[in-house]
Design a protein around this ligand. Structure first.
Ligand code: ZN
Length: 152
């Protein structure tokens, strides 16, 4: 295992063991649930939106470390951001998870460079089966934001 892989593993385990914003929200919010049958991961999210901005969010779930760490990192990444920024982040995350390994690893514009801790998940690309684990939180967030759009 390379030093970078080791670092990524530690970041993932830290989020898995100490998930950020675990729980539910009181007050007005949208709720969405998702699951990844191929691994048995479950994830649900509460998102409070005000004036086109995610003012708060909370997550619950169970499953593998990748799925739960991805959700925890996502909480850090989306709270306080506008819906446009979150949509941009979602695209960058999905791009990071699909670019070929070794492609432009030091390009400052590469998606990972703006993703913070989420960058740790790029190692998951080596294990295509686990990409669905990393993606679960983001797919569930998309469901929640779609609901919010329909309700507005
Ligand atoms: Zn999983």
């Amino acid at each position: 295992m390379s030093q970078l892989d080791e670092l990524y593993r530690e970041v993932i385990l830290d989020h898995y063991r100490n998930p950020r914003k675990r729980g539910t929200l009181n007050g007005a919010h949208v709720h969405a649930e998702g699951n990844n049958p191929s691994c048995g991961d479950e994830f649900s999210i509460d998102v409070a939106i005000e004036d086109g901005k995610i003012t708060d969010a909370a997550m619950q779930g169970q499953g593998c470390s990748i799925s739960q760490a991805s959700g925890s990192m996502m909480m850090d990444a989306i709270i306080g951001k506008s819906l446009a920024e979150v949509s941009d982040l979602t695209t960058k995350f999905k791009t990071m998870m699909t670019i070929e390994e070794g492609e432009n690893p030091v390009d400052p514009d590469r998606p990972g460079s703006v993703l913070g801790d989420l960058e740790a998940l790029q190692g998951v690309r080596k294990f295509p089966v686990r990409i669905k684990c990393a993606d679960l939180a983001w797919a569930t967030l998309s469901d929640a934001l779609e609901q919010a759009e329909k309700a507005s």
